[in-house]
Design a protein around this ligand. Structure first.
Ligand code: SAH
Length: 263
């Protein structure tokens, strides 16, 4: 094949597909259909085995995520892998945990591929906050009580410092923090300093929607210690009055164990 021709006319389409939070039943039908006809699948570490099992058995499966102690494939390298694959594979699937456009770097991949004339389609997924909340009967908004929901990330201390704490401190704002385990104590202190009540309920959800899902609850004042006890696995932090409606909160109250989380 003429090299120039290859450069300008990719044979395939790259599908940026949301794999959902873990439970394969939370995949969209569209994602399942695309996976079933995939020629090659590039997936993140977070994508559950049960979701990968839904891929075309003949598809090549490539893990581009972090492996125990190993650095993850760089974003530049992933971008190139995707673009290259589109020249030799009709259906290229880029599978990401949750939704590709929520803290998933889907936007960067889309920009890169579009700039090179590679056709891209986006298949949305259920983001971690929605999956985790559904699992525990936690309404993220509630009439009068919670009139907004903010999805945010705090995976670096510098980000935590740059936080718009004042904007996040309102009582009716439910916060769902991605990648926030390490900076939890600092974020809690910032929110309290900005006027959010130290008694605000918090939850840390680990491995949400998976068989080994864990919930820890407490109050904002104790968020740092709650997060520190969360252990390994992807963890989502939810802060807001609505947590009082959730099953884990009610159970913790019944067992009067939640106060011990609020150290
Ligand atoms: N695109 C993904 C988020 C990627 S960032 C989405 O839309 O959900 C990775 C972070 O997502 C994790 O650090 C964690 O905060 C959160 N996360 C993803 N899956 C999760 C799960 N099953 N349970 C709890 N948190 C999860």
């Amino acid at each position: 094949v003429n090299e120039n021709f290859r450069k300008h006319s990719p044979a395939g389409t790259v599908y940026l597909v949301g794999a959902g939070p873990g439970d394969p039943d939370l995949l969209t039908l569209k994602a399942a259909k695309v996976l079933a006809k995939a020629d090659i699948v590039f997936h993140d570490e977070l994508v559950a085995q049960g979701v990968l099992a839904m891929a075309n058995p003949a598809a090549q499966i490539v893990n581009v995520g972090k492996r125990a102690g190993m650095p993850s494939t760089g974003q530049d390298q992933i971008n190139r892998l995707l673009a290259d694959a589109a020249f030799s594979h009709p259906v290229v699937v880029r599978l990401k945990g949750g939704d590709p456009f929520i803290f998933g770097r889907g936007g960067e991949e889309l920009d890169y591929l579009q700039a090179r004339g590679v056709p891209v389609e986006i298949v949305p997924g259920i983001t971690a906050a929605l999956g985790c909340a559904a699992q525990a009967g936690l309404p993220l908004t509630f009439r009068n009580e919670a009139t907004r929901l903010t999805l945010l990330t705090a995976h670096r201390a510098e980000d935590a410092l740059a936080f718009d704490y004042a904007g996040l401190a309102a009582k009716d704002n439910t916060l769902a923090i991605y990648m926030g385990k390490e900076t939890a104590a600092r974020v809690a202190a910032g929110l309290i300093a900005a006027g959010r009540s130290p008694e605000t309920p918090v939850a840390v959800i680990v491995n949400g929607t998976l068989p080994d899902e864990r919930w820890l609850t407490g109050t904002l004042a104790g968020l740092g210690s709650v997060a520190a006890r969360a252990g390994s696995g992807p963890a989502l932090i939810v802060i807001g009055e609505v947590i009082r409606h959730s099953t884990p909160w009610r159970e913790a109250l019944d067992g009067s164990s939640h106060s011990s989380n609020a150290a």
